[in-house]
Design a protein around this ligand. Sequence first.
Ligand code: CMP
Ligand code: MG
Ligand code: ZN
Length: 408
Amino acid sequence: MPEEEEIEAPVTHRLEPQISSTHRTVSSDHALREHILSQSKLWEWDVFKLEEVSGRKPLMHLAYYLIQRKNFFQIFQIPSGTLKNFLIAIEAGYQMDVPYHNSTHATDVLQAVSYFLEKEKMQGQITDLEILASYIAAAVHDHKHPGVNNQFLVATRNERAMLYNDRSVLENYHVSTAWQVMMQPENNFLVNLPEEDYRLLRNQVISMVLATDLAGHFSTLSAFNNKVLGTNTFDINQSPEDRAIFFRILIKCADVSNPARSWLVYTSWIERLIQEFLNQGDEERKRGLPVSPLMDRSSINIPAGQIGFIDVVCAPMYESFTMVVGAPEMVTSMKKNRAILMRMRDNEIPPLRLGENGRVIQRVRSTIRIAGSTTPPVQPTSSSLLQVSAISVLARPAEDSASKGSTE
Ligand code: CMP
Ligand code: MG
Ligand code: ZN
């Protein structure tokens, strides 16, 4: 491999090199998918592998798998065909051409939610109905996301902003459209739930999805932190209010868990998110609107933006959340990623750049290792190309060279 070359993003995550796409069969695909699903109990899980082996339908596979594993078909008398219909319809509602808010992101959030609920500290604390509601909330939480945010919908006087009076426009839309899917008889897998369970479940799903609006982040988090860190009185078994806050924080942590994943997975998310943000920024410019700060390709600084996001949004929430569920690996991983981002911001690690066509171009340097690198600082190059960050391929140079041919 040449010392330095450019490849076009998005990076599709690759299968293990020994199973090249030309040698895959239906049964090996199935076996591989089952293997990947069984790994979903690990924090190091790579959702992009499931995306690839599922023909970009990871959500229905993971949701079905988790519901089956928890024995919910039996517990809640769920008709399997109806559940399949629901999941297929929900997944189809996520737009594949939206770079970040597609069904792979919903799958990622679902996996994180199920991972946290499986933690030892949570055992015996959460009812099966609450687990099912949490799965549904995660699966539908960005349903039909258009790839632009609430501010854009409000500023452009979008019909959804009119419908929801500018309040949590997207989040209301996600849960409302998902429930409309559920209400079709062929999709209504909750048909056998007793009325009271149905009411509790629906209430929890709505509360969790609405909590994903970052506009309410600080008020939700301070309610949680005041009790967990302040008065030390947080108790989901004594206080129904604490219980409700717990589920809101659970989905919020899962929703912004990408900085707590492995570097490779995290940077792939950054890449997708930035593509989506820049698309919105371009659209704002075209319409003569002020360009949102993190979405302006002429001034974007991804490492600095990510460090800010970690410090302001993620770290204060992960730290108290992990005290409640016992997931210190999240914080450890976030800190490692943050350290790399700091080196990028200070130009100790080569930049990534943005191509003229608006897509992220990755600068691959096979000689550079991120962790404990002894490579001397590399100065940013480029004039016509803008600097951005996100270097998924840098983290695994060997795998990159082994697998590039099969995917690009
Ligand atoms: P959404 O998934 O709808 O809700 C959580 C939001 O957090 C998400 O949209 C993004 O707007 C934002 N977000 C998630 N991850 C990151 C990140 N790594 N950097 C900046 N913003 C993020
Ligand atoms: Mg959302
Ligand atoms: Zn989301």
